[in-house]
Design a protein around this ligand. Structure first.
Ligand SMILES: Nc1ncnc2c1ncn2[C@@H]1O[C@H](COP(=O)(O)OP(=O)(O)OP(=O)(O)O)[C@@H](O)[C@H]1O
Length: 264
């Protein structure tokens, strides 16, 4: 699936958050990191693409808008909040998520889909645990399983690693990257860890001041000037012992020294 966004404007109660976003169209199989400071509009953007917020402008999937029903089947949206703790078993919630979209499959096929996702994410041992007895990070993994099991054509993941330890952060991004590449799934991932973004994302969209401060290949986008404009930090891009870029941030800048700087 391709994604084309044109002059997207979104706000809450007449307070604008995104003021005319027109990123370059994104091809299938691309993993896009959506980054920017708190309140920049990352969640707002993902919710809008998921069809959960009214907006002006155009969002086209394979060149056309999607109606609400097709959107729900085609897009896999993972909200920032963790799945609600309930007495249901983890596999029951993943099974229901799968059945909601693939109702035509028989029980054996649904179970096969489900097992594949539990195996791929490496969370088989959580399947028979009650959601209200899982840790925050474990629940976040189940939330992701609920999205992946539906085999969506586009992933919209809002901070999918926020509750995870180092191992699981890498595991999740590896899985999302693999899922995108194997299936041609376009994935948009809002993320705060810029080194994870740099390592796994093909493209970055840097949000700030209601617009795109920068966009492009991850390694080209993350410059000291963009770090300053996007986050108000003094940062550098160094090269690690394996020859890969790594971002180091030295200090938060006083508020007035970075406001109003824009980089396209
Ligand atoms: N339901 C809402 N009603 C009114 N304003 C909102 C609502 N949700 C978000 N906002 C405002 O919209 C702006 C963008 O919020 P959003 O959650 O999209 O940012 P974000 O980049 O995802 O932030 P974070 O990194 O903190 O999750 C913020 O100023 C926020 O206060």
């Amino acid at each position: 699936m391709t994604l084309h966004i044109e002059n997207l404007r979104v706000g809450y109660a007449r307070r604008p958050v995104l003021n005319g976003l027109s990123p370059r169209p994104v091809a299938p199989g691309t993993l896009v990191g959506v980054i920017g400071r708190n309140g920049a509009g990352k969640s707002t953007l993902l919710k809008t693409i998921a069809g959960l917020l009214p907006s002006d402008g155009r969002v086209l999937f394979n060149g056309a808008p999607l109606d609400f029903r097709r959107r729900a089947r085609t897009l896999g949206y993972l909200p920032q909040s963790l799945p609600q703790a309930s007495s249901l078993l983890a596999y029951e919630t993943v099974f229901s998520a799968c059945r909601a979209v693939h109702g035509g499959l028989d029980k054996a096929q649904l179970e096969q889909n489900m097992e594949r996702v539990f195996d791929r994410l490496g969370i088989r041992e959580l399947a028979l645990r009650r959601l209200d007895q899982l840790s925050g990070g474990q629940r976040q993994m189940i939330g992701l399983a609920q999205v992946l099991v539906r085999q969506p054509e586009m992933l919209l993941l809002d901070e999918p690693t926020s509750a995870l330890d180092l191992h699981w952060q890498l595991n999740v991004l590896q899985c999302v990257q693999q899922f995108s590449r194997e299936r041609g799934t376009l994935s948009l991932v809002a993320i705060h860890d810029i080194n994870l973004a740099l390592r796994f994302c093909d493209q970055l969209w840097v949000l700030g001041d209601g617009r795109l401060l920068a966009e492009g290949p991850a390694r080209e986008v993350l410059t000291p000037a963009v770090l300053r404009a996007a986050y108000g930090v003094e940062g550098r891009v160094e090269t690690c012992s394996r020859g890969l870029p790594i971002v180091l941030c030295d200090q938060a800048l006083p508020h007035s020294t970075h406001q109003g700087e824009h980089h396209g």
